[in-house]
Write a protein that binds this ligand. Structure first.
Ligand SMILES: Nc1ncnc2c1ncn2[C@@H]1O[C@H](COP(=O)(O)OP(=O)(O)OP(=O)(O)O)[C@@H](O)[C@H]1O
Length: 334
C-alpha cells in the first residue's frame, strides 16, 4: 500500500546570512500493508506532517522515493490523489457553505456525478453521526462535528487508504473518544488502511496496529504498541511490606530475576522487570513461603512515553515543550 525509501524533505528558510536549511524529514523508510492502521507518533516539529504531505503528493520530496497504492508520488500524483482520502490538520471545510454542499462538491471534484455524491454524502453523515446537519454551516458546528465532517469529505470517493493528520487535536476528551470510535470503524467496517499522525500517546496506543515513532526527521522505532512497550522498558513493580526485614531479600530476589533500577525505600522495593506477568506469581509464592507479609503490590505497564524516553533520552512531553515553533517561511524544498 505504502512503500518509501530514503524519503527526505529539506526546507530553506531566510535569505543571505540568515539562510538556514531545515531537514524536516531525513531519510524515512516505510512499508505499510493493506488493512493496517499505522500511527505516526512524534513531538511537535518531528516531521510527521511533512512526511504525510510527501506521501499525499502535496510536497515534492527533496530526496528518496515513495509509492502509494502502487503509484509513484513524484510522477503519478493525480493517480495517488484519486486513490487516497486525506484529512488535513487544518480541516478542509469553508465556513460559508452548507455542510452537505461541501461534501457533495468534494465528491464532484473527484469525478462523481451529483446524485451519487449526494447519496454517498448522506450515507456518510449517518455513519459519522452527522444526521440532521446536512443543511448546517460548518462554522455553526461543534469541533467534533466539524472534524467528522472533514472525515466525511475525505471518504466521499470511497478510498481504501486514508491519511489523517492529527485528527483529534483541539477536541475535548469526549469528542476525541467519539472520533476514535469512528476511526477504528474505518478499518472494521470498510476495510480501509489508515495512516494517522498524532502527538497523543494514548491515541497512538488505542488505535494503531503498528506505531512508527519519528524524532528529528528520522524513524527511531517501528513496531506494535505491545512490542514497543515490552522490548524497550520493563514493567514498573512496587512491593510494600509490613516490616523492613523482607525488603532487602525481595530486592536481591528481583535482581536475580533480571530486574533493573531496583531501589529500596522504607518498607518498599521498586524495580523494572520485563515480562512481570510471568515472573511475579512465583516471586510472591516464594516471599509468602518465607513468611513475609506483603501489604501492597502495584505493577505499572510501560507507556509509550517510557518507550520514547528510552529511545531518545527525552520524555515526549518535554520534547513537545522544547520544540521549535513552525518557521512559517517560504516553502522551498532545497
Ligand atoms: N514550510 C516550511 N518551511 C520551513 N520549515 C518548515 C516548513 N514546514 C515545516 N517546517 C519545519 O520542519 C520541521 C518538521 O515539521 P512538521 O510540520 O513536519 O512536524 P510535525 O511533526 O508534523 O509537527 P506538529 O505535530 O507540530 O504538526 C519543523 O522543524 C518545522 O518547523
Amino acid at each position: 500500500m505504502i512503500h518509501a525509501r530514503g524519503l527526505a524533505a529539506t526546507f530553506v528558510t531566510g535569505k543571505g546570512k540568515n539562510r538556514r536549511e531545515v531537514r524536516a524529514v531525513d531519510g524515512v523508510d516505510l512499508d505499510i500493508a493493506e488493512g493496517e492502521v499505522v500511527g505516526f507518533l512524534g513531538p511537535n516539529g518531528a516531521g510527521k506532517t511533512t512526511t504525510l504531505r510527501m506521501l499525499t503528493t502535496l510536497l515534492r520530496p527533496t530526496a528518496g522515493t515513495a509509492t502509494v497504492n502502487g503509484f509513484d508520488v513524484a510522477t503519478q500524483s493525480v493517480q495517488v490523489r484519486r486513490s487516497i482520502g486525506y484529512v488535513s490538520q487544518a480541516g478542509s471545510t469553508f465556513s460559508q457553505a452548507l455542510a452537505g454542499d461541501e461534501v457533495t462538491d468534494h465528491g464532484q471534484l473527484y469525478g462523481m456525478n451529483r446524485r451519487d455524491a449526494v447519496r454517498r454524502g448522506k450515507e456518510l453523515f449517518d455513519q459519522l453521526q452527522l444526521e440532521g446537519l446536512w443543511d448546517r454551516m460548518p462554522k455553526n458546528m461543534s469541533g467534533g462535528q466539524r472534524r467528522r465532517l472533514d472525515i466525511a469529505m475525505g471518504l466521499i470517493h470511497d478510498p481504501t487508504l486514508v491519511f489523517l493528520d492529527e485528527p483529534t487535536t483541539g477536541l475535548d476528551p469526549q469528542a476525541r473518544a467519539n472520533l476514535w470510535e469512528h476511526i477504528a470503524k474505518l478499518r472494521t467496517d470498510r476495510g480501509a488502511t489508515v495512516f494517522l499522525t498524532t502527538h497523543y500517546l494514548d491515541e497512538a496506543d488505542a488505535l494503531s496496529d503498528r506505531i512508527m515513532i519519528i524524532d528529528n526527521g528520522t524513524i527511531v522505532a517501528a513496531d506494535t504498541p505491545e512490542n514497543l512497550k515490552s522490548q524497550v522498558s520493563g514493567d514498573l513493580l512496587h512491593l510494600e511490606f509490613a516490616a523492613a526485614e523482607p525488603v532487602s531479600r525481595a530486592a536481591a530476589q528481583l535482581e536475580s530475576l533480571g530486574a533493573t533500577e531496583v531501589s529500596v525505600d522504607g518498607f518498599g522495593v521498586r524495580a523494572r522487570l520485563r515480562g512481570s506477568a510471568k515472573v511475579v506469581p512465583g516471586l510472591l509464592r516464594e516471599l509468602e513461603a518465607g513468611g513475609n507479609t506483603l501489604e501492597e503490590i502495584e505493577i505499572k505497564r510501560p507507556t509509550l512515553d517510557d518507550v520514547f524516553l528510552t529511545l531518545t533520552g527525552r520524555s515526549l512531553r518535554d520534547a513537545e515543550a522544547g520544540s521549535d515553533d513552525k518557521e512559517g517561511s517560504d516553502e522551498i524544498p532545497a
